[in-house]
Design a protein around this ligand. Structure first.
Ligand SMILES: Cc1cc2nc3c(=O)[nH]c(=O)nc-3n(C[C@H](O)[C@H](O)[C@H](O)COP(=O)(O)OP(=O)(O)OC[C@H]3O[C@@H](n4cnc5c(N)ncnc54)[C@H](O)[C@@H]3O)c2cc1C
Length: 311
């Protein structure tokens, strides 16, 4: 089954995906003329004892011309200047809300931001990330310089019979929360299978899939949707242990069947470097069928079936 169908991806069969169209041009607000968005709320998404902090920030875009769709991102320009005296550069954040916003009024945009610290390579000191710490410290009533919306490719297919494989680590879950809310809340259903593979350190940091916020988990009762968490820092007999690629490998039979059937779209989002492990899983599966994964993947990319957003 898998072998014969899988060869299609290596030959002439193409399955060009038609994605949702963006309502209007992107980058309506540019760095020289950003939109000042009010902060409606900021809520911590990670549980109390987590080592990381991630905040859900709801922004008011009612007075703007922003009409985003799921999978797009917005840019935030932190206040202040760089050492050079120039303004800070914008940082991009995936929009975590579906098009009507979290309150259904089409006047808000939600982002989820991890408080980032980086190590100075020379001195070894820990330096707080400028934009993420600024955003995580915001309070309701503050305003934020916003640009965008950005992104024309990381979008859902129009055809809801298409099987979706969503692969995320950390804050890479943000666009998938938007996908899931659009599918089950705004649209109501998805006929194809949706399989979400999510890698995080522990259950407390499983954004939108933990005790503090179960926005994604609540839809797991839907017939077509299943979500699998991989917990990389759990030191016990927890069956969820491992990295996202291990969880993917655990479900290789279904995943490969979806790929070989050809009617699919894969989306990968999160930290740079995650693609390597994911690629290895597919590469191994292809090799077992004597197929060439790089050739297959190149065709999938061309078709819009392989979508990557890493940072
Ligand atoms: C398309 C796109 C979508 C993005 N979506 C999100 C999002 O939804 N949520 C989010 O928190 N960030 C997201 N980012 C990252 C974001 O743009 C910033 O890079 C991040 O907030 C760090 O900015 P900073 O000014 O605080 O840190 P800087 O002082 O610029 O330092 C950046 C350092 O932090 C690392 N880093 C960046 N983001 C993360 C992260 N989430 N977890 C761990 N380490 C990280 C980088 O690898 C780098 O080493 C996205 C980036 C892109 C390109």
């Amino acid at each position: 089954m898998a072998g014969s169908k899988g060869q299609n991806a290596n030959t002439s069969k193409t399955m060009q995906i038609k994605k949702y169209s963006i309502p209007e041009s992107t980058l309506i607000y540019k760095p020289k003329a950003p939109f000042m968005a009010g902060v409606i709320s900021t809520t911590e998404l990670t549980e109390a004892d987590s080592s990381d902090e991630v905040f859900n920030i709801i922004l008011d875009v009612a007075d703007s011309d922003i009409h985003y769709i799921e999978g797009q991102s917005i840019g935030i320009i932190p206040p202040g200047e760089r050492e050079t005296g120039k303004p800070h550069k914008a940082r991009l954040y995936s929009i975590a809300s579906a098009r009507t916003g979290d309150d259904g009024t089409s006047t808000t945009a939600t982002i989820c931001v991890k408080r980032v610290f980086r190590k100075d390579e020379v001195t070894g000191t820990t330096i707080p990330g400028i934009a993420s710490n600024y955003l995580c410290d915001l309070k309701p009533g503050d305003s934020v310089a916003l640009i965008g919306p950005n992104g024309r490719r990381f979008l859902l297919p129009e055809d809801d019979s298409i099987d979706l494989i969503l692969i995320a680590v950390g804050t890479g879950i943000a666009p998938f929360r938007a996908f899931i809310r659009h599918i089950f809340l705004e649209k109501g259903y998805w006929n194809g299978r949706i399989r979400l593979f999510y890698g995080i350190k522990n259950a407390m940091e499983a954004l939108f899939l933990n005790n503090r916020n179960d926005d994604i988990g609540q839809y797991m009762t839907r017939e077509t949707f299943e979500a699998f968490r991989a917990l990389s820092r759990v030191h016990n007999e927890d069956s969820e242990k491992g990295y996202v690629q291990h969880k993917l490998a655990e479900h290789k039979q279904e995943v490969w069947e979806i790929i070989c059937a050809g009617n699919f779209a894969v989306y990968i989002c999160g930290l740079k470097g995650m693609e390597e492990g994911v690629d290895e899983v597919f590469s191994t599966l292809a090799r077992q069928q004597e197929l060439d994964w790089p050739t297959m993947k190149a065709e999938f990319i061309k078709n819009g079936q392989w979508n990557l957003e890493v940072y």
